[in-house]
Design a binder for this molecule. Structure first.
Ligand SMILES: C[S@@+](CC[C@H](N)C(=O)[O-])C[C@H]1O[C@@H](n2cnc3c(N)ncnc32)[C@H](O)[C@@H]1O
Length: 321
Protein backbone atom coordinates (compact mmCIF):
# COMPACT_ATOMS: atom_id res chain seq x y z
CA UNK A 1 0.00 0.00 0.00
CA UNK A 2 1.29 3.44 -0.82
CA UNK A 3 1.84 5.63 2.21
CA UNK A 4 0.32 9.11 2.43
CA UNK A 5 3.05 11.47 1.35
CA UNK A 6 4.08 13.96 3.97
CA UNK A 7 4.92 16.33 1.16
CA UNK A 8 1.21 16.83 0.72
CA UNK A 9 2.03 19.29 3.47
CA UNK A 10 4.13 21.14 1.00
CA UNK A 11 1.42 21.56 -1.59
CA UNK A 12 -0.52 24.02 0.45
CA UNK A 13 -3.75 22.82 -1.07
CA UNK A 14 -6.41 20.33 -1.63
CA UNK A 15 -6.41 19.42 -5.23
CA UNK A 16 -8.54 20.99 -7.88
CA UNK A 17 -7.54 21.73 -11.38
CA UNK A 18 -5.44 24.76 -12.16
CA UNK A 19 -7.31 27.93 -12.87
CA UNK A 20 -10.59 29.22 -11.53
CA UNK A 21 -12.56 28.12 -14.57
CA UNK A 22 -11.67 24.42 -14.64
CA UNK A 23 -12.12 22.06 -11.75
CA UNK A 24 -11.04 18.48 -11.67
CA UNK A 25 -12.50 16.84 -8.59
CA UNK A 26 -9.98 14.45 -7.13
CA UNK A 27 -10.81 10.72 -7.21
CA UNK A 28 -14.33 11.52 -8.31
CA UNK A 29 -15.29 8.01 -9.39
CA UNK A 30 -13.82 6.47 -6.25
CA UNK A 31 -15.81 8.95 -4.13
CA UNK A 32 -19.06 8.12 -5.97
CA UNK A 33 -18.47 4.41 -5.59
CA UNK A 34 -17.48 4.79 -1.94
CA UNK A 35 -20.56 6.86 -1.13
CA UNK A 36 -22.73 4.37 -3.07
CA UNK A 37 -24.86 7.34 -4.12
CA UNK A 38 -28.58 6.55 -4.22
CA UNK A 39 -30.99 8.41 -6.49
CA UNK A 40 -33.30 9.38 -3.61
CA UNK A 41 -30.60 9.68 -0.94
CA UNK A 42 -29.68 12.58 1.32
CA UNK A 43 -26.06 13.73 1.05
CA UNK A 44 -23.82 16.37 2.60
CA UNK A 45 -20.82 17.95 0.85
CA UNK A 46 -19.04 19.99 3.52
CA UNK A 47 -16.35 21.31 1.16
CA UNK A 48 -18.19 22.55 -1.92
CA UNK A 49 -15.20 24.38 -3.47
CA UNK A 50 -16.44 24.82 -7.03
CA UNK A 51 -18.73 21.82 -6.94
CA UNK A 52 -16.91 19.17 -8.93
CA UNK A 53 -17.94 16.38 -6.57
CA UNK A 54 -21.32 17.97 -5.88
CA UNK A 55 -22.21 17.95 -9.58
CA UNK A 56 -21.22 14.30 -9.89
CA UNK A 57 -23.40 13.37 -6.90
CA UNK A 58 -26.33 15.37 -8.28
CA UNK A 59 -26.01 13.67 -11.65
CA UNK A 60 -26.85 10.38 -9.92
CA UNK A 61 -29.88 11.77 -8.11
CA UNK A 62 -33.51 11.91 -9.05
CA UNK A 63 -36.10 14.44 -7.88
CA UNK A 64 -36.35 13.14 -4.33
CA UNK A 65 -32.63 13.22 -3.69
CA UNK A 66 -31.22 15.96 -1.46
CA UNK A 67 -27.75 17.51 -1.46
CA UNK A 68 -26.67 19.83 1.35
CA UNK A 69 -23.73 22.03 0.42
CA UNK A 70 -21.43 23.87 2.77
CA UNK A 71 -18.19 25.82 2.51
CA UNK A 72 -16.55 28.28 4.87
CA UNK A 73 -15.47 30.44 1.94
CA UNK A 74 -18.09 33.03 0.96
CA UNK A 75 -16.90 32.98 -2.66
CA UNK A 76 -17.45 29.22 -2.90
CA UNK A 77 -20.94 29.72 -1.53
CA UNK A 78 -21.62 32.42 -4.10
CA UNK A 79 -20.56 29.97 -6.80
CA UNK A 80 -22.89 27.32 -5.33
CA UNK A 81 -25.78 29.77 -5.30
CA UNK A 82 -25.11 30.77 -8.88
CA UNK A 83 -25.02 27.16 -9.99
CA UNK A 84 -27.85 25.64 -7.97
CA UNK A 85 -30.23 28.36 -6.77
CA UNK A 86 -32.99 26.88 -8.93
CA UNK A 87 -32.38 23.24 -8.12
CA UNK A 88 -34.96 22.15 -5.51
CA UNK A 89 -32.77 19.19 -4.50
CA UNK A 90 -29.98 21.47 -3.26
CA UNK A 91 -29.61 23.38 0.01
CA UNK A 92 -26.67 25.69 0.59
CA UNK A 93 -25.13 27.12 3.74
CA UNK A 94 -22.03 29.21 4.43
CA UNK A 95 -20.10 27.81 7.37
CA UNK A 96 -17.47 25.56 8.85
CA UNK A 97 -18.30 21.85 8.58
CA UNK A 98 -17.21 21.62 12.22
CA UNK A 99 -20.58 23.25 12.94
CA UNK A 100 -22.57 21.01 10.60
CA UNK A 101 -24.55 19.73 13.58
CA UNK A 102 -26.13 23.17 14.03
CA UNK A 103 -27.74 22.97 10.56
CA UNK A 104 -31.13 21.25 11.07
CA UNK A 105 -31.02 19.73 7.61
CA UNK A 106 -27.85 17.81 8.42
CA UNK A 107 -29.57 14.63 9.67
CA UNK A 108 -30.46 11.15 8.40
CA UNK A 109 -27.66 11.33 5.88
CA UNK A 110 -27.00 8.54 3.42
CA UNK A 111 -23.56 9.96 2.84
CA UNK A 112 -21.15 12.81 3.49
CA UNK A 113 -18.02 14.05 1.78
CA UNK A 114 -15.11 16.14 3.04
CA UNK A 115 -12.52 17.03 0.39
CA UNK A 116 -10.06 18.85 2.61
CA UNK A 117 -7.65 21.70 1.99
CA UNK A 118 -7.97 24.76 -0.20
CA UNK A 119 -9.18 25.11 -3.75
CA UNK A 120 -7.52 26.34 -6.90
CA UNK A 121 -9.65 29.50 -6.98
CA UNK A 122 -8.43 30.25 -3.45
CA UNK A 123 -4.80 29.57 -4.38
CA UNK A 124 -5.00 31.44 -7.65
CA UNK A 125 -6.68 34.54 -6.22
CA UNK A 126 -3.72 36.77 -5.53
CA UNK A 127 -5.70 38.76 -2.97
CA UNK A 128 -6.03 35.77 -0.62
CA UNK A 129 -2.38 35.30 0.29
CA UNK A 130 -2.39 31.48 0.17
CA UNK A 131 0.46 31.26 -2.30
CA UNK A 132 3.82 32.96 -2.48
CA UNK A 133 3.57 32.73 -6.26
CA UNK A 134 1.67 36.03 -5.96
CA UNK A 135 2.70 38.99 -3.84
CA UNK A 136 -0.35 39.60 -1.67
CA UNK A 137 -1.42 40.60 1.83
CA UNK A 138 -0.74 37.77 4.31
CA UNK A 139 -4.30 36.67 4.97
CA UNK A 140 -4.83 32.91 4.25
CA UNK A 141 -8.21 32.69 5.98
CA UNK A 142 -10.73 30.57 4.11
CA UNK A 143 -13.49 32.53 5.81
CA UNK A 144 -12.49 36.16 5.61
CA UNK A 145 -15.33 37.17 7.92
CA UNK A 146 -13.86 35.31 10.91
CA UNK A 147 -10.68 34.92 12.93
CA UNK A 148 -7.26 36.53 12.65
CA UNK A 149 -5.18 36.45 9.53
CA UNK A 150 -1.54 35.39 9.21
CA UNK A 151 -0.20 38.98 9.27
CA UNK A 152 -1.96 39.53 12.59
CA UNK A 153 -0.69 36.24 14.03
CA UNK A 154 2.90 37.02 13.02
CA UNK A 155 2.60 40.53 14.44
CA UNK A 156 1.32 39.44 17.86
CA UNK A 157 2.32 35.86 18.71
CA UNK A 158 5.40 35.25 20.79
CA UNK A 159 8.44 33.58 19.31
CA UNK A 160 7.76 30.21 20.96
CA UNK A 161 4.18 30.10 19.68
CA UNK A 162 5.30 30.84 16.11
CA UNK A 163 7.99 28.15 16.29
CA UNK A 164 5.44 25.64 17.65
CA UNK A 165 3.04 26.26 14.77
CA UNK A 166 5.81 25.83 12.17
CA UNK A 167 7.01 22.63 13.83
CA UNK A 168 3.61 21.04 14.48
CA UNK A 169 1.81 21.88 11.26
CA UNK A 170 4.75 22.19 8.87
CA UNK A 171 7.20 19.71 10.38
CA UNK A 172 9.68 22.51 9.76
CA UNK A 173 13.05 21.57 11.26
CA UNK A 174 14.23 25.17 11.21
CA UNK A 175 11.13 26.38 13.07
CA UNK A 176 13.03 28.12 15.87
CA UNK A 177 15.40 29.88 13.53
CA UNK A 178 12.53 31.11 11.33
CA UNK A 179 10.53 32.28 14.36
CA UNK A 180 13.57 34.18 15.66
CA UNK A 181 14.02 35.87 12.29
CA UNK A 182 10.32 36.82 12.15
CA UNK A 183 10.44 38.39 15.61
CA UNK A 184 13.64 40.30 14.79
CA UNK A 185 12.17 41.53 11.49
CA UNK A 186 8.85 42.67 12.94
CA UNK A 187 10.68 44.81 15.49
CA UNK A 188 11.97 46.79 12.50
CA UNK A 189 8.82 46.74 10.35
CA UNK A 190 5.65 44.62 10.17
CA UNK A 191 5.61 41.57 7.87
CA UNK A 192 2.62 42.23 5.66
CA UNK A 193 2.99 40.39 2.37
CA UNK A 194 3.56 36.87 1.05
CA UNK A 195 6.74 37.97 -0.68
CA UNK A 196 8.19 39.53 2.47
CA UNK A 197 7.52 36.32 4.40
CA UNK A 198 8.82 34.01 1.65
CA UNK A 199 12.05 36.01 1.37
CA UNK A 200 12.48 36.14 5.12
CA UNK A 201 12.13 32.35 5.42
CA UNK A 202 14.57 31.77 2.56
CA UNK A 203 17.06 34.05 4.34
CA UNK A 204 16.53 32.33 7.69
CA UNK A 205 17.02 28.84 6.26
CA UNK A 206 19.89 30.00 4.12
CA UNK A 207 20.02 27.06 1.70
CA UNK A 208 18.27 26.02 -1.46
CA UNK A 209 16.00 22.98 -1.61
CA UNK A 210 15.41 20.85 -4.64
CA UNK A 211 11.94 21.14 -6.21
CA UNK A 212 10.40 23.42 -3.65
CA UNK A 213 10.67 26.87 -2.19
CA UNK A 214 12.01 26.83 1.38
CA UNK A 215 8.93 28.75 2.57
CA UNK A 216 6.47 26.05 1.46
CA UNK A 217 6.30 24.34 4.88
CA UNK A 218 5.96 27.67 6.66
CA UNK A 219 3.04 28.76 4.47
CA UNK A 220 1.31 25.44 4.92
CA UNK A 221 1.74 25.53 8.71
CA UNK A 222 0.41 29.08 9.02
CA UNK A 223 -2.60 28.23 6.85
CA UNK A 224 -3.45 25.20 8.96
CA UNK A 225 -3.09 27.30 12.09
CA UNK A 226 -5.16 30.37 11.16
CA UNK A 227 -7.96 28.17 9.82
CA UNK A 228 -7.79 25.70 12.73
CA UNK A 229 -7.94 23.01 10.07
CA UNK A 230 -7.17 20.05 12.31
CA UNK A 231 -9.56 21.15 15.08
CA UNK A 232 -12.30 21.68 12.48
CA UNK A 233 -11.66 18.22 11.09
CA UNK A 234 -11.95 16.55 14.49
CA UNK A 235 -15.20 18.37 15.31
CA UNK A 236 -16.56 17.90 11.80
CA UNK A 237 -15.98 14.15 11.81
CA UNK A 238 -17.93 13.82 15.06
CA UNK A 239 -20.79 16.07 13.93
CA UNK A 240 -21.15 14.43 10.53
CA UNK A 241 -20.91 10.87 11.84
CA UNK A 242 -23.65 11.76 14.32
CA UNK A 243 -25.86 12.83 11.40
CA UNK A 244 -25.31 9.68 9.28
CA UNK A 245 -28.01 7.01 9.13
CA UNK A 246 -26.95 3.50 10.04
CA UNK A 247 -25.34 2.22 6.85
CA UNK A 248 -24.62 5.82 5.73
CA UNK A 249 -21.22 6.39 4.16
CA UNK A 250 -18.46 8.88 4.98
CA UNK A 251 -15.81 9.80 2.40
CA UNK A 252 -12.82 11.95 3.34
CA UNK A 253 -10.01 13.07 1.06
CA UNK A 254 -6.92 14.27 2.93
CA UNK A 255 -3.85 15.89 1.49
CA UNK A 256 -1.27 15.38 4.18
CA UNK A 257 -0.42 12.94 6.90
CA UNK A 258 -1.61 15.13 9.79
CA UNK A 259 -5.14 15.13 8.39
CA UNK A 260 -5.07 11.52 7.31
CA UNK A 261 -3.96 10.37 10.77
CA UNK A 262 -6.96 12.11 12.34
CA UNK A 263 -9.34 10.51 9.83
CA UNK A 264 -7.81 7.05 10.17
CA UNK A 265 -7.89 7.13 13.99
CA UNK A 266 -11.42 8.48 14.02
CA UNK A 267 -12.68 5.68 11.80
CA UNK A 268 -10.94 3.14 14.02
CA UNK A 269 -12.59 4.70 17.06
CA UNK A 270 -9.22 5.37 18.67
CA UNK A 271 -9.18 7.76 21.57
CA UNK A 272 -6.47 8.41 24.15
CA UNK A 273 -6.65 5.71 26.84
CA UNK A 274 -5.68 6.96 30.25
CA UNK A 275 -6.87 6.23 33.75
CA UNK A 276 -5.84 7.40 37.20
CA UNK A 277 -3.04 5.26 38.64
CA UNK A 278 -4.31 1.99 40.08
CA UNK A 279 -7.61 2.02 38.17
CA UNK A 280 -8.30 -0.07 35.08
CA UNK A 281 -8.26 1.86 31.80
CA UNK A 282 -11.68 3.14 30.70
CA UNK A 283 -13.65 0.94 28.33
CA UNK A 284 -13.17 2.07 24.77
CA UNK A 285 -16.57 2.88 23.29
CA UNK A 286 -17.40 0.74 20.26
CA UNK A 287 -16.49 2.72 17.12
CA UNK A 288 -19.59 4.11 15.34
CA UNK A 289 -17.93 3.46 11.97
CA UNK A 290 -16.38 0.58 10.12
CA UNK A 291 -13.76 1.19 7.46
CA UNK A 292 -14.87 0.23 3.96
CA UNK A 293 -11.74 -1.11 2.28
CA UNK A 294 -8.31 0.40 2.70
CA UNK A 295 -7.03 3.88 2.07
CA UNK A 296 -7.19 4.68 -1.65
CA UNK A 297 -4.78 6.77 -3.71
CA UNK A 298 -5.20 8.40 -7.12
CA UNK A 299 -4.13 6.37 -10.12
CA UNK A 300 -0.94 7.44 -11.91
CA UNK A 301 -3.16 8.51 -14.82
CA UNK A 302 -5.08 10.92 -12.62
CA UNK A 303 -1.89 12.35 -11.13
CA UNK A 304 -0.48 12.86 -14.62
CA UNK A 305 -3.63 14.74 -15.66
CA UNK A 306 -3.92 16.67 -12.39
CA UNK A 307 -0.65 16.90 -10.45
CA UNK A 308 -2.47 18.52 -7.54
CA UNK A 309 -4.05 15.13 -6.84
CA UNK A 310 -0.69 13.52 -6.09
CA UNK A 311 -0.84 13.58 -2.29
CA UNK A 312 -4.55 12.70 -1.96
CA UNK A 313 -5.69 9.85 0.30
CA UNK A 314 -9.33 8.77 0.28
CA UNK A 315 -10.89 6.87 3.16
CA UNK A 316 -14.42 5.51 3.16
CA UNK A 317 -16.33 4.38 6.24
CA UNK A 318 -19.82 3.18 7.02
CA UNK A 319 -21.92 4.02 10.06
CA UNK A 320 -22.68 0.96 12.15
CA UNK A 321 -26.20 0.31 13.41
C1 LIG B 1 -10.26 20.96 -2.17
S1 LIG B 1 -11.53 22.16 -2.17
C2 LIG B 1 -13.00 21.20 -2.50
C3 LIG B 1 -13.22 20.97 -3.96
C4 LIG B 1 -14.57 20.35 -4.30
N1 LIG B 1 -14.70 19.02 -3.81
C5 LIG B 1 -14.79 20.38 -5.80
O1 LIG B 1 -14.83 19.31 -6.42
O2 LIG B 1 -14.92 21.46 -6.36
C6 LIG B 1 -11.74 22.49 -0.44
C7 LIG B 1 -12.84 23.46 -0.09
O3 LIG B 1 -13.21 23.19 1.26
C8 LIG B 1 -13.39 24.38 1.94
N2 LIG B 1 -13.12 24.10 3.36
C9 LIG B 1 -11.96 23.72 3.91
N3 LIG B 1 -12.12 23.52 5.23
C10 LIG B 1 -13.42 23.75 5.51
C11 LIG B 1 -14.20 23.70 6.70
N4 LIG B 1 -13.66 23.37 7.89
N5 LIG B 1 -15.51 23.98 6.61
C12 LIG B 1 -16.08 24.30 5.42
N6 LIG B 1 -15.38 24.40 4.27
C13 LIG B 1 -14.07 24.11 4.31
C14 LIG B 1 -12.44 25.36 1.32
O4 LIG B 1 -12.89 26.68 1.50
C15 LIG B 1 -12.46 24.91 -0.14
O5 LIG B 1 -13.43 25.64 -0.85
Amino acid sequence: MRRPRADGLMDGMGAMAQGAATHIPVMRDEVLTGLAVRADGRYFDGTFGRGGHARAILARMKDRGRLLLMDRDAEAILAAQRAFARDPRVMIRHGNFADAGAWDEVRDLDGALLDLGVSSPQLDDSARGFSFQHDAPLDMRMDRSAGRDVADFLACADEGAIADVLWRYGEERQSRRIARTIVAQRARSPIRTTRELAELVARAIGRRERNKHPATRTFQALRIHVNDELGSLEHGLRAITGALKPGGRLAVISFHSLEDRIVKNFIRGERPMSAPRGLPPPQQAAPPLRAVGRAQFPAEREIAANPRARSAVLRIAEKLP
